[in-house]
Design a protein. Structure first.
Length: 706
């Protein structure tokens, strides 16, 4: 057993591909080694440890190292079954052609033959000791498939060869212990040579052992470990930002990207002309992050500074030259952004709206201008439900998409909504309207912030439900991972706003079905067949997943949703009641009883009467159950009407004893049809009363709660 190190060295990889490709190499190679029994199935930290392997990735290399790898598979005994004994030898006892052919294919002789007794007679077998394949043979055979399975946006060829990779491969290193593993890939033979930093240490580095890998590269100005390099990026950016008098805007995705762009991170600070701070901070930050991979700086008060931190891939003898070069690069980019910002100053947000008629929303659903008209109508319906100011909400709806045709959004698409907020405030619109320009897109992802005021919440609901209904109406339902109109995200956004919105975060008293119906009316004459129940079910399914993810019991959620409710706050209230009820002694008994009743009623061969005939109640237990139902029914119905579901379930729990006594002493399917039908009617009343809040038969209640 010895360490195995494999490194693929290449021309600079795109930042987004560096880590995924290295992790793919690690994962696939681990699968090969485990399947070949050359490593243990997991490492010292458990099953997810990928056999204790370590992954390395820089712009110019992807590599993986396994600590304990065998040089060869274990030998194994194999048994090959041949022809039947009767067919193996002729009358003279000589091997037949069938036996000879079998022995030839097995590489065996008559002396190796044994017999195997089976229920169908005796058969010829050959038992052999087969040597295991070598590590080199196994890995060499697997590498082409591993490379083919790596995630690459595109592949290229180079030189005269047929090999394909994301970038030209320059070297291949493979060490097992102190010896070179004889592999070949990309028309290269593996060796023990790697290379350091392109500028600081371009000469070949000869490795004697895989354990020397990180240290040898670090001496050559390469930090191969992604985690270590990322920590250094963060540490240096924070230190340089502090020295510049600010705090770095540390977007995690940007940190990851910068980490994958450098092998030897060196953070430096630069500055730009203070006049550019007239541009919205979000536009400057977006330009710095997306175009230059710079980290913006904020001062102690949170205001953007005219400074930035960048991470170079070289330790320059004259850092001032590097800083000057980066300052020169950012200057024209900011000048362009300022040009667009100033261009937009000449127009109001409202003046941009007519141009939305030329922006397509969806081929069959019209333009964005058409969508805005629908939103204006829809928010008029929704504002009384949400408590939003009707005039402000309609104004916000009419303006909310106008920034899509602004110059700054055309240049920086992620300024959508943000630019609208700035322009609405600049034009003197109410603060709630300005905020809604940006926040009607909220939440932008799972767990992200929700709209902060009633106008924004109303407009966000309208925008999302309009898209949901229109796209569903075209039959464009998401399938698999494909969701081009982000309907899943829109549905989850609707769910979260309804559950967590409102003035105090207590939610909005709105039924999803009412939302869908209101949005569907806006498509009258454009979309003929909108299956509202299907769309409601789609949103409710997102709600189900949302509730379960946040700790609700799946069976309790299913029990509530089985009632066909689509009102998030109502569902929440029912869930609270059901979760409380399931801890009572009555839960297991009534859940089992309602399940049993359901089975009995489904199998009933005759129609069941609507009412219970008191004169046909002959047994004490059935009379007691009928009396209990009559006594508790008004209480359950009154509490249910008031949405006091906890009280309704507490009243329901009182039916435990009479229901248990009924099943213990009464024969439901009596010979006398009158008695049988009357008892079925009684049980149906039990099921109805027990099922006001939720379908108790869906509860997975084990034990009696005591």
């Amino acid at each position: 057993m010895a360490e195995l190190l494999i490194e693929i060295g290449c021309e600079d990889l795109p930042a987004g591909s560096v880590v995924p490709m290295a992790e793919s190499l690690q994962r696939q190679l681990c699968d090969v080694l485990v399947a070949a029994k050359l490593v243990e199935a997991s490492g010292p930290n458990g099953p997810g440890d990928l056999a204790g392997s370590a992954v390395f990735a820089t712009p110019r290399r992807i590599a993986v190292r396994f600590p304990e790898v065998a040089a060869r598979q274990p030998d194994r005994d194999v048994e090959r079954k041949g022809p039947a004994l009767a067919a193996a030898y002729d009358a003279d006892g000589q091997p037949t052609r069938a036996l000879a052919g079998f022995l030839g294919s097995a590489g065996a002789s008559v002396d190796d033959v044994a017999t195997l007794e089976t229920p169908k007679g005796e058969w010829i077998v050959v038992r052999q000791r087969r040597p295991g394949a070598s590590l080199a043979d196994i890995v060499d055979a697997a590498l082409p498939g591993i490379v083919q399975g790596m995630p690459m946006p595109r592949r290229m060829r180079w030189g005269a060869g047929e090999a394909e990779f994301l970038r030209p491969v320059v070297w291949l290193l493979a060490l097992h212990g102190s010896g070179i593993l004889p592999l070949s890939l990309f028309d290269l033979a593996a060796g023990n040579v790697t290379y350091g930093h392109r500028f600081h240490a371009p000469v070949a580095i000869y490795l004697d052992d895989p354990s020397d890998y990180e240290h040898a590269l670090e001496r050559a100005n390469v930090m191969a470990d992604v985690g270590v390099r990322r920590a250094r990026v963060v540490d240096q950016v924070e230190r340089v930002a502090t020295e510049a008098g600010g705090v770095a805007v540390m977007d995690a995705a940007l940190v990851d990207e910068v980490t994958s762009l450098v092998e030897w991170p060196v953070a430096l600070a630069g500055r730009f002309d203070e006049r550019f701070l007239e541009i919205p901070a979000e536009a400057l930050i977006q330009t710095m992050e997306e175009n230059q991979r710079y980290f913006a700086l904020r001062d102690a008060g949170g205001e953007l500074m005219n400074a930035f931190v960048f991470v170079a891939n070289i330790e320059s003898r004259d850092p001032a030259i590097v800083v000057d070069g980066n300052e020169r690069v950012i200057r024209p980019r900011f000048a362009d952004t300022m040009f667009f910002w100033n261009q937009d100053r000449e127009r109001t947000l409202a003046s941009l709206r007519p141009a939305l008629s030329r922006v397509l929303f969806q081929e069959m659903l019209g333009s964005v201008g058409d969508k805005v008209e629908r939103l204006e109508s829809l928010v008029t319906v929704l504002a009384p439900m949400t408590g939003a100011d009707a005039d402000e909400t309609r104004l916000a709806a009419g303006l909310c998409k106008s920034d899509l045709v602004s110059a700054i959004v055309e240049e920086l698409p992620k300024m959508q909504g943000i630019a609208g907020r700035y322009y609405a405030a600049r034009d003197g619109h109410p603060p709630a309207v300005a905020v809604a320009m940006e926040e009607h897109y909220f939440p932008k992802q799972a767990g992200a912030a929700l709209p902060s005021n009633a106008v924004a919440q109303t407009l966000a609901l309208a925008d999302k439900v309009d898209t949901l209904v229109g796209i569903h109406g075209q039959g464009l339902v998401p399938s698999g991972a494909k969701d081009p109109f982000a309907l899943r995200r829109a549905s989850l956004g609707i769910v979260r706003i309804l559950r967590e919105g409102g003035a105090n975060g207590g939610g909005l008293d709105i039924d999803v079905a009412a939302l869908i119906a209101a949005a569907a009316r806006g498509y009258a004459g454009r979309v003929d067949d909108i299956a509202e129940p299907v769309i409601v079910a789609y949103v409710v399914e997102r709600l189900r997943g949302h509730l379960v993810e946040r700790g609700a019991s799946a069976d309790a959620v299913d029990a509530v949703l089985a009632k066909g409710v689509s009102h998030p706050l109502d569902i929440d209230a029912r869930l609270v009641a059901i979760e409380r009820f399931r801890t009572t002694p009555a839960a297991a008994s009534l859940a089992a009883a309602t399940k049993r009743i359901g089975n009995i009623l489904r199998k009933a061969a005759t129609s069941i009467p609507d009412a219970v005939d008191a004169d046909a109640l002959t047994e004490p237990a059935e009379r007691a159950l009928a009396d209990a139902l009559d006594a508790v029914r008004p209480d359950i119905e009154e509490r249910f009407a008031e949405r006091d579901y906890a009280g309704a379930m507490a009243a329901t729990a009182t039916l435990r004893e009479p229901v248990d006594a009924f099943f213990d002493t009464v024969m439901v399917m009596a010979e006398d049809r009158r008695l049988r039908d009357n008892r079925l009617a009684l049980l149906r009343q039990v099921a109805t009363l027990c099922g006001f809040t939720a379908e108790l038969s869906r509860l997975d209640v084990r034990g009696d709660g005591e």
